[in-house]
Design a protein around this ligand. Sequence first.
Ligand SMILES: C[S@@+](CC[C@H](N)C(=O)[O-])C[C@H]1O[C@@H](n2cnc3c(N)ncnc32)[C@H](O)[C@@H]1O
Length: 258
Amino acid sequence: MTDYLNFNQDRWNRVAKDRKNAYTIPLSHEQLMAAKDKPLEVFLTVGKPVPTDWFDKLVGKKILGLASGGGQQGPLFALKGYDVTIMDYSAEQLASDHMVAEREGLTIKTIQGDMTQPFPFADESFDLVFCPVSNVYIEDLTNMWQESYRVLKKGGLLMVGYMNPWVYLYDGDQVWEQPDSDLFLTYPLPFNARELEKAGKLAISPDYGYEFSHTWEEQIGGQLRAGFAMIDFYESKDNRHRLSTYASDYLANLSIKL
Ligand SMILES: C[S@@+](CC[C@H](N)C(=O)[O-])C[C@H]1O[C@@H](n2cnc3c(N)ncnc32)[C@H](O)[C@@H]1O
């Protein structure tokens, strides 16, 4: 792995070990029991669950949770009878899936893997690739789209959440930590923390790691070029910060391998 990927992987392991953010807090027994008799409610982004009719379009039950460790989506899918494999590069995030599965008597396969590399699965292994917001941590999306396409069966679905790039026009520390400060257009898009660091324009915090905003060509065009057709789309808002009062900061789409 390149330096920035190692740095981000260490960061996710640390954050997951300390349960430092919402994406690393595994579901409790009570939360899972409450979910048992309700329709499946899972999140690709902050602020809005995946529409239930997206799951009506699923043909089979074999799911790859891509960069989806943390003991959240995996246990919910397993509880609802899906055959679940979670791939994540953070051993600590995967440990949370193991912990919840063991506690609840659920079956979840886990595999440690980097989504910028060939996925360790045969062609046409899955009915669904489910990827909550995580491609903000990788620079080049090409492999992720191509490998998701390869491991899906014909008619298989890709559900993916990602950041709305415009939020990276502003200084993230100011947005989150100085809510009363004036905001200025700061970074041209696409935001690339690795390049900005190289140019001496950004110091990378070990608490947040390297992030990348990506262009629409990379997010949407990349899926289409890999062979997917897009069939649905939604936006959502993280109301914990002020930018979301102006526009949505998260996007999610449903694509199909025809
Ligand atoms: C925001 S969390 C999403 C998962 C979480 N279950 C949730 O709450 O939605 C991002 C996840 O992506 C994983 N990740 C980031 N970059 C990755 C990469 N290159 N390969 C595999 N996993 C990666 C992190 O370890 C982390 O578990």
